[in-house]
Design a binder for this molecule. Sequence first.
Ligand SMILES: [Zn+2]
Length: 149
Amino acid sequence: MSAVRCPLEDELLDALGRGYVNAELAAHVAGCSSCSELQLVAGALLYEHATAVSEAPMPTAGTVWWRMQIRHRHEVQAAARRSLFVGQAATLVISLILVGAFFGVELTVGLREIVAAVRLSTPLMVTVGAWLLLLLVAPIAGYVAIRQK
Ligand SMILES: [Zn+2]
């Protein structure tokens, strides 16, 4: 395939897009095989585009209004979800700080006892590990099951 590209093809495409080809360019197109082929193909495509645009059904005002309402509702819900998420994250951080401030010493002692118990008992360690794994996997599995419906 020989691709001999005429330097005036871009100018011709612009002119066809505007809908007006000046006399100088039209004279060139008449003598240039590449440009005449481009005019034939692009002209057909532009005609199809113009026909499709003119024949496309115009939605009614009620339909446009309804779509705007739905879009607005979705945007408001997304904004509310974002602010709720920020509020929940701030609440979680503050509650963790408060729990650490009030019960930090008792929690440290309790964690040490748990770690000591786990070191002593392998079946307990396996049970706690399985329980933690179940706590992690169950919500993910539920989420995946809901998403696949
Ligand atoms: Zn040409």
